[in-house]
Design a protein around this ligand. Structure first.
Ligand code: G3P
Ligand code: CA
Length: 229
């Protein structure tokens, strides 16, 4: 079976990452799922921002965790990438969009250690209010373990960057190796979530290895490649 195409930060080659426009384009391009990173604002809202600060992806500067949602909304998250002006995207807004289209969201919690579990607790609370198709993921075993204890019914995924152990912990439903690890470990990859796959040779490798989810910044091109092979 062909891997499911997951739009990494939306269609983030063509639109500014983590904006509504990036996710709407990904959906229009036929992405099967959407990936996002989440951070906690000072007033405990979950927002879709990758870095600790908003310096790279907005018109403003400063730590996400030091600003309220209202303060973050004063900055433009679209123009830096040549896009239309855009507000910071909340996780709630992204979940609503995905639910409207019947798509799954892969939510990666960032800064799990610094906030001692508040990110995962907040995520569990938000999910409690909706019937949503979500996979929670993190590079931190602590974060994944903590979230699984809070919401056992929501699938979890442990991301791997440097090492990819053969056996994953029981509280992780899926393994998430980087594509560099897939290349390094012949014969592995079945049922895995692999990131971030933008090279056509890697798309072919994912298919060959039976990868289940493939996260890419280019959902349209990736779908075409998978359809051609
Ligand atoms: O999908 C997993 C991948 O996004 C992890 O790396 O740095 O892009 O969040 P990063
Ligand atoms: Ca991510």
């Amino acid at each position: 079976m062909s891997p499911e195409v997951v739009a990494h930060r939306g269609a983030s080659t063509r639109r500014p990452e983590h904006t509504l426009a990036a996710y709407e384009l990904a959906l229009a391009q036929g992405a099967d799922g959407l990936e996002c990173d989440v951070r906690l604002t000072k007033d405990e809202h979950l927002v879709c921002v990758h870095d600790r600060t908003i310096d790279r992806t907005s018109s403003g500067t400063g730590l996400v965790g030091a600003m309220t949602l209202e303060e973050l909304r004063r900055h433009d998250f679209g123009s830096w990438h040549g896009g239309e002006p855009a507000e910071v995207l909340t996780l709630d807004a992204l979940l609503a969009l995905a639910a409207d289209h019947g798509k799954r969201v892969f939510v990666e919690t960032k800064h799990p250690v610094r906030h001692g579990g508040r990110v995962e607790r907040r995520l569990a609370e938000r999910l409690g209010r909706h019937k949503l198709d979500v996979v929670m993921m993190s590079f931190s075993v602590f974060a994944v373990h903590r979230f699984k204890a809070l919401k056992p019914e929501v699938p979890t995924l442990l991301l791997y960057d440097r090492l990819w152990p053969k056996v994953k912990p029981h509280f992780a439903d899926f393994a998430g190796p980087g594509v560099h690890l897939l290349r390094r470990h012949p014969g592995r990859g079945r049922d895995a979530y692999v990131w971030t796959v933008d090279d056509p040779a890697d798309v072919a490798l994912c298919r060959e290895r039976g990868v289940r989810f493939l996260a890419t910044n280019n959902p349209e091109e990736t779908r075409e490649l998978l359809a051609d092979n």
